[in-house]
Design a protein around this ligand. Structure first.
Ligand code: SF4
Length: 429
């Protein structure tokens, strides 16, 4: 039967240790010097913790403890709280009259324990030491940081212009490195396949990037071109229509081929199959099918010749706005379009360094376009760096090339323990 409503007794606070653990700690003296103290705060000196008692009576027998200036030999009783002694009725039990020490976690009885024979035994507890440590931790939480990356002061100490300049220099170096890598790829697999692979790589970023890289190898651009052309030729009534409508049809056919080879739709006769298939996960806008829609859009936009298209658009564009427009898939079918943030990524990581690799005379122009592109949102790996640099004033990075600089600084310095030596923590050049 449930107890009737009566006086509500406060439950004692839970302690961070059990009685058995406390006895274990005492037996092996497993605590740092100074952790067990008398009521006046001085440390307890123990010569011997005693041997564990068997059956009724004190927990430890024949311990030796320094009390005052003398070593006292006797028994030791262990409780979580000093009041446990009375709660267990030991104050009536002469078996405890040889106690020299009452060890507790928390002394809630005032420093002494009265024995059956009329004597008193001192209480020693751990709680004051433990509480002092907890207070230390609480004060650490309030404290001003003792460490901050030097770049947190960079805008103030170096000045924003120097910070921008150093980031742009790092971004430019990264861009040139990327162009050199693409030049190597062009020599091996030709311009179109190189740019196609770079575009697929950029479209896979933040998703199944490895799968998109494998797809570029499994379905080379030449094969996609061939299969798309064959299907378009076979489609009845395909010959007519506006240029834009034809591009949408080409994108639709290319997408069907890409989806099938990627393993997201049933296999098609005569076409390779990615193994394992692309991982079909993510929000609708990030789903691999949506990314492949972008790839199909670029395929149609460039007429299946991305290298020629890249060179022509770079020559034609009078500003970065025009360039973005030229690389934006036209028409109403949003399924083939690419978001502006990803388009900027593709331009700076694929198209611009590709043109710089193909035509070194255009490298300066490509870099100028890269510098004029807006910075996409922060990357996970450069978020700390950005928050350190963005302490009021203009946003850092101001443009996509500076953001490339952040990535370079992260790769070359932040991830290599470079605080204090990197370009953003160094005075001078
Ligand atoms: S290495 Fe990175 S985190 Fe450290 S100071 Fe330089 S930029 Fe900042």
């Amino acid at each position: 039967v449930a107890a009737a409503a009566g006086p509500c007794l406060a439950k004692p606070r839970a302690l961070p240790i059990s009685e058995a653990e406390l006895a274990f700690i005492w037996q092996g003296q497993r605590y740092p010097p100074g952790a067990l103290t008398w009521a006046d705060g001085t440390s307890v000196v123990v010569s011997s913790p005693g041997r564990p008692g068997r059956g009724p009576g004190p927990d430890f027998r024949d311990a030796v403890v320094r009390i005052g200036t003398q070593d006292r030999k006797g028994d030791v009783e262990v409780h979580l709280r000093a009041s446990g002694f009375r709660a267990h009725g030991h104050q009536w039990d002469p078996a405890y009259d040889r106690l020299v020490l009452h060890v507790v976690f928390e002394d809630d009885a005032g420093g002494e324990t009265r024995l059956a024979g009329g004597g008193v035994v001192p209480v020693a507890s751990f709680a004051p030491w433990v509480k002092a440590r907890a207070a230390d931790i609480a004060s650490w939480l309030q404290r001003e940081p003792l460490w901050r990356e030097p770049c947190a002061e960079a805008v103030g100490t170096l000045g924003p212009d120097v910070v921008y300049e150093r980031l742009r220099a790092a971004g430019e170096a990264r861009f040139r490195k990327r162009a050199a890598a693409l030049a190597g790829e062009i020599a091996v697999q030709g311009p179109d396949q190189t740019l196609w692979a770079a575009l697929l790589d950029g479209l896979g970023y933040g998703g199944d990037r490895d799968g998109f890289r494998r797809l570029a190898g499994a379905l080379p651009l030449a094969l996609l071109r061939q299969e798309t052309g064959r299907r378009l030729d076979a489609a009845a009534g395909d010959a007519g229509g506006e240029r834009e409508a034809k591009a949408v049809r080409a994108a639709g056919v290319a997408l069907a081929v890409l989806l099938s080879v990627a393993g997201l739709t049933p296999p098609a006769p005569g076409l390779p199959r990615l193994a394992p298939p692309l991982r079909a996960a993510g929000r609708p806008a990030n789903h691999p099918a949506a990314r492949l829609g972008s790839a199909a859009g670029f395929f149609a936009l460039t007429g299946g010749e991305p290298a020629r298209f890249a060179a022509e658009t770079l020559a034609r564009a009078d500003c970065v706005r025009t360039l973005r427009k030229l690389w934006s898939v036209p028409g109403q079918d949003a399924g083939f379009r690419t978001g502006q943030a990803r388009l900027v990524e593709l331009l700076i990581n694929a198209v611009l360094p590709f043109v710089a690799a193909m035509a070194p005379g255009m490298a300066r122009r490509c870099l100028d376009f890269a510098a004029a592109l807006p910075a996409p949102g922060p990357y996970g790996k450069t978020r700390l760096l950005e928050s350190n640099l963005n302490r009021g004033g203009r946003r850092v990075p101001a443009g996509a090339l500076e953001q490339q600089g952040l990535l370079a600084v992260h790769a070359d310095w932040c991830s290599q323990g470079g605080c204090g030596r990197c370009p953003l923590s160094r005075q001078g050049t």
